[in-house]
Design a protein around this ligand. Structure first.
Ligand SMILES: [Fe+2]
Ligand SMILES: [Fe+2]
Length: 204
Protein backbone atom coordinates (compact mmCIF):
# COMPACT_ATOMS: atom_id res chain seq x y z
CA UNK A 1 0.00 0.00 0.00
CA UNK A 2 2.17 2.91 -1.20
CA UNK A 3 2.30 6.19 0.77
CA UNK A 4 -0.11 5.14 3.52
CA UNK A 5 0.11 2.88 6.54
CA UNK A 6 -2.36 0.60 8.29
CA UNK A 7 -2.42 3.20 11.10
CA UNK A 8 -3.37 5.98 8.64
CA UNK A 9 -6.20 3.84 7.32
CA UNK A 10 -7.49 2.84 10.77
CA UNK A 11 -7.39 6.48 11.93
CA UNK A 12 -9.38 7.51 8.85
CA UNK A 13 -11.98 4.77 9.42
CA UNK A 14 -12.48 5.73 13.07
CA UNK A 15 -12.55 9.46 12.28
CA UNK A 16 -15.31 9.15 9.68
CA UNK A 17 -17.65 6.52 11.08
CA UNK A 18 -20.77 5.89 9.00
CA UNK A 19 -23.87 7.48 10.53
CA UNK A 20 -26.32 4.76 9.55
CA UNK A 21 -25.76 1.06 10.07
CA UNK A 22 -26.71 -1.41 7.38
CA UNK A 23 -29.99 -2.99 8.45
CA UNK A 24 -29.77 -6.43 10.05
CA UNK A 25 -32.21 -7.66 7.35
CA UNK A 26 -29.67 -6.98 4.64
CA UNK A 27 -27.68 -10.21 4.92
CA UNK A 28 -30.93 -12.18 4.79
CA UNK A 29 -31.87 -10.42 1.55
CA UNK A 30 -28.44 -11.27 0.13
CA UNK A 31 -28.97 -14.94 1.03
CA UNK A 32 -32.39 -14.93 -0.66
CA UNK A 33 -31.27 -13.09 -3.82
CA UNK A 34 -27.66 -14.15 -4.23
CA UNK A 35 -27.56 -14.24 -8.09
CA UNK A 36 -28.92 -10.68 -8.21
CA UNK A 37 -26.61 -9.52 -5.44
CA UNK A 38 -23.47 -10.98 -6.97
CA UNK A 39 -24.25 -9.61 -10.46
CA UNK A 40 -24.71 -6.20 -8.85
CA UNK A 41 -21.43 -6.56 -7.01
CA UNK A 42 -19.61 -7.40 -10.28
CA UNK A 43 -21.18 -4.32 -11.90
CA UNK A 44 -20.02 -2.16 -8.99
CA UNK A 45 -16.42 -3.35 -9.30
CA UNK A 46 -16.52 -2.54 -13.03
CA UNK A 47 -18.01 0.91 -12.36
CA UNK A 48 -15.46 1.59 -9.59
CA UNK A 49 -12.64 0.95 -12.09
CA UNK A 50 -14.24 3.28 -14.66
CA UNK A 51 -14.81 6.01 -12.06
CA UNK A 52 -11.19 5.81 -10.91
CA UNK A 53 -9.96 6.13 -14.51
CA UNK A 54 -12.29 9.10 -14.99
CA UNK A 55 -10.19 11.01 -12.40
CA UNK A 56 -7.12 10.27 -14.57
CA UNK A 57 -8.89 11.70 -17.64
CA UNK A 58 -10.28 14.79 -15.91
CA UNK A 59 -7.39 15.76 -13.63
CA UNK A 60 -4.19 14.80 -15.49
CA UNK A 61 -2.12 17.54 -13.81
CA UNK A 62 -2.64 16.10 -10.32
CA UNK A 63 0.15 13.55 -10.54
CA UNK A 64 -0.35 11.91 -7.16
CA UNK A 65 -4.07 11.48 -7.84
CA UNK A 66 -3.37 10.07 -11.32
CA UNK A 67 -1.01 7.51 -9.79
CA UNK A 68 -3.45 6.57 -7.02
CA UNK A 69 -6.53 6.47 -9.24
CA UNK A 70 -4.80 4.32 -11.87
CA UNK A 71 -3.71 1.88 -9.13
CA UNK A 72 -7.25 1.73 -7.73
CA UNK A 73 -8.68 1.17 -11.24
CA UNK A 74 -6.25 -1.71 -11.70
CA UNK A 75 -7.28 -3.23 -8.35
CA UNK A 76 -11.01 -2.82 -9.11
CA UNK A 77 -10.58 -4.63 -12.43
CA UNK A 78 -8.86 -7.38 -10.43
CA UNK A 79 -11.86 -7.51 -8.07
CA UNK A 80 -14.21 -7.71 -11.03
CA UNK A 81 -12.26 -10.63 -12.48
CA UNK A 82 -12.24 -12.43 -9.11
CA UNK A 83 -16.00 -11.96 -8.61
CA UNK A 84 -16.66 -13.05 -12.18
CA UNK A 85 -14.51 -16.15 -11.82
CA UNK A 86 -16.47 -17.25 -8.72
CA UNK A 87 -19.74 -16.41 -10.49
CA UNK A 88 -18.82 -18.59 -13.44
CA UNK A 89 -17.90 -21.48 -11.11
CA UNK A 90 -21.40 -21.34 -9.62
CA UNK A 91 -23.19 -20.57 -12.90
CA UNK A 92 -24.31 -17.02 -12.03
CA UNK A 93 -24.59 -14.76 -15.11
CA UNK A 94 -23.70 -11.08 -15.40
CA UNK A 95 -26.93 -9.07 -15.66
CA UNK A 96 -27.85 -5.82 -17.47
CA UNK A 97 -27.17 -2.61 -15.55
CA UNK A 98 -29.90 -1.12 -13.41
CA UNK A 99 -29.96 2.40 -11.99
CA UNK A 100 -28.15 2.62 -8.69
CA UNK A 101 -30.47 4.53 -6.33
CA UNK A 102 -27.84 4.85 -3.59
CA UNK A 103 -25.10 6.26 -5.86
CA UNK A 104 -27.54 8.59 -7.63
CA UNK A 105 -28.67 9.95 -4.28
CA UNK A 106 -25.06 10.61 -3.27
CA UNK A 107 -24.13 12.19 -6.60
CA UNK A 108 -27.10 14.54 -6.32
CA UNK A 109 -25.16 16.27 -3.52
CA UNK A 110 -22.07 16.90 -5.66
CA UNK A 111 -21.78 20.68 -6.08
CA UNK A 112 -21.29 22.36 -9.44
CA UNK A 113 -18.31 24.76 -9.38
CA UNK A 114 -15.17 23.01 -10.70
CA UNK A 115 -13.28 22.95 -7.38
CA UNK A 116 -16.30 21.96 -5.31
CA UNK A 117 -17.17 19.26 -7.81
CA UNK A 118 -13.61 17.90 -7.71
CA UNK A 119 -13.59 17.72 -3.91
CA UNK A 120 -17.09 16.25 -3.66
CA UNK A 121 -16.40 13.54 -6.23
CA UNK A 122 -13.28 12.44 -4.35
CA UNK A 123 -15.17 12.32 -1.05
CA UNK A 124 -18.21 10.57 -2.50
CA UNK A 125 -15.87 7.88 -3.87
CA UNK A 126 -14.28 7.60 -0.44
CA UNK A 127 -17.68 7.19 1.25
CA UNK A 128 -18.88 4.57 -1.24
CA UNK A 129 -15.75 2.58 -0.40
CA UNK A 130 -16.38 2.99 3.34
CA UNK A 131 -19.93 1.64 2.93
CA UNK A 132 -18.44 -1.24 0.92
CA UNK A 133 -16.07 -1.98 3.80
CA UNK A 134 -19.01 -2.17 6.24
CA UNK A 135 -20.93 -4.58 3.98
CA UNK A 136 -17.94 -6.75 3.06
CA UNK A 137 -17.27 -7.21 6.76
CA UNK A 138 -20.88 -8.36 7.27
CA UNK A 139 -20.49 -10.80 4.37
CA UNK A 140 -17.11 -12.04 5.62
CA UNK A 141 -18.59 -12.79 9.04
CA UNK A 142 -22.19 -13.75 8.34
CA UNK A 143 -22.70 -15.07 4.81
CA UNK A 144 -23.55 -18.76 4.95
CA UNK A 145 -21.18 -20.14 2.33
CA UNK A 146 -17.48 -20.48 1.65
CA UNK A 147 -15.59 -19.60 -0.55
CA UNK A 148 -17.52 -16.33 -0.56
CA UNK A 149 -16.82 -15.57 3.10
CA UNK A 150 -13.06 -15.87 2.55
CA UNK A 151 -13.34 -13.84 -0.64
CA UNK A 152 -15.11 -10.98 1.13
CA UNK A 153 -12.55 -11.00 3.91
CA UNK A 154 -9.84 -10.40 1.32
CA UNK A 155 -11.80 -7.68 -0.48
CA UNK A 156 -12.59 -5.94 2.79
CA UNK A 157 -8.88 -5.20 3.31
CA UNK A 158 -8.44 -3.82 -0.19
CA UNK A 159 -11.50 -1.54 -0.06
CA UNK A 160 -10.30 -0.16 3.28
CA UNK A 161 -7.24 1.16 1.46
CA UNK A 162 -9.38 2.70 -1.29
CA UNK A 163 -11.63 4.57 1.16
CA UNK A 164 -8.58 6.19 2.70
CA UNK A 165 -6.83 6.80 -0.63
CA UNK A 166 -9.57 9.02 -2.12
CA UNK A 167 -9.80 11.02 1.11
CA UNK A 168 -6.00 11.28 1.33
CA UNK A 169 -5.73 12.59 -2.23
CA UNK A 170 -8.39 15.20 -1.37
CA UNK A 171 -6.24 16.38 1.58
CA UNK A 172 -3.26 16.87 -0.76
CA UNK A 173 -5.29 19.16 -3.03
CA UNK A 174 -7.67 21.03 -0.69
CA UNK A 175 -7.18 22.57 2.80
CA UNK A 176 -7.69 19.99 5.54
CA UNK A 177 -10.44 21.97 7.29
CA UNK A 178 -12.38 22.20 4.02
CA UNK A 179 -12.04 18.45 3.40
CA UNK A 180 -13.19 17.60 6.93
CA UNK A 181 -16.09 20.04 6.86
CA UNK A 182 -17.38 18.63 3.58
CA UNK A 183 -16.75 15.03 4.64
CA UNK A 184 -18.95 15.63 7.68
CA UNK A 185 -21.74 17.05 5.52
CA UNK A 186 -21.48 14.19 3.05
CA UNK A 187 -21.55 11.62 5.87
CA UNK A 188 -25.06 12.89 6.71
CA UNK A 189 -26.12 12.63 3.06
CA UNK A 190 -24.62 9.13 2.83
CA UNK A 191 -26.61 7.99 5.86
CA UNK A 192 -29.82 9.27 4.27
CA UNK A 193 -28.92 7.68 0.91
CA UNK A 194 -28.38 4.37 2.67
CA UNK A 195 -31.60 4.60 4.71
CA UNK A 196 -33.69 5.60 1.68
CA UNK A 197 -32.39 2.85 -0.62
CA UNK A 198 -34.75 -0.12 -0.53
CA UNK A 199 -33.16 -3.40 0.52
CA UNK A 200 -33.42 -5.61 -2.54
CA UNK A 201 -30.54 -7.91 -1.80
CA UNK A 202 -28.36 -5.72 -3.95
CA UNK A 203 -24.98 -4.40 -2.92
CA UNK A 204 -26.40 -0.93 -2.33
FE1 LIG B 1 -13.36 -3.27 -5.39
FE1 LIG C 1 -12.66 -0.13 -4.07
Amino acid sequence: MPSSTIEDIETFISQFTLRSKTSSDWIQKVEENFPLFIADHAANERKAAATAMDFVVRYPNHLSLVETAARIAHEEIGHFRQVHELMMKEGHPLLPDEKDVYVRHLLSHVRTTPDERFLDRLLVCSLIEVRGIERFEILANQYSRQPWRAFYRKLYKSEKGHGFAFYHEATKIFPLHQVHHRMNELLDHEARACDQTPITGKFH
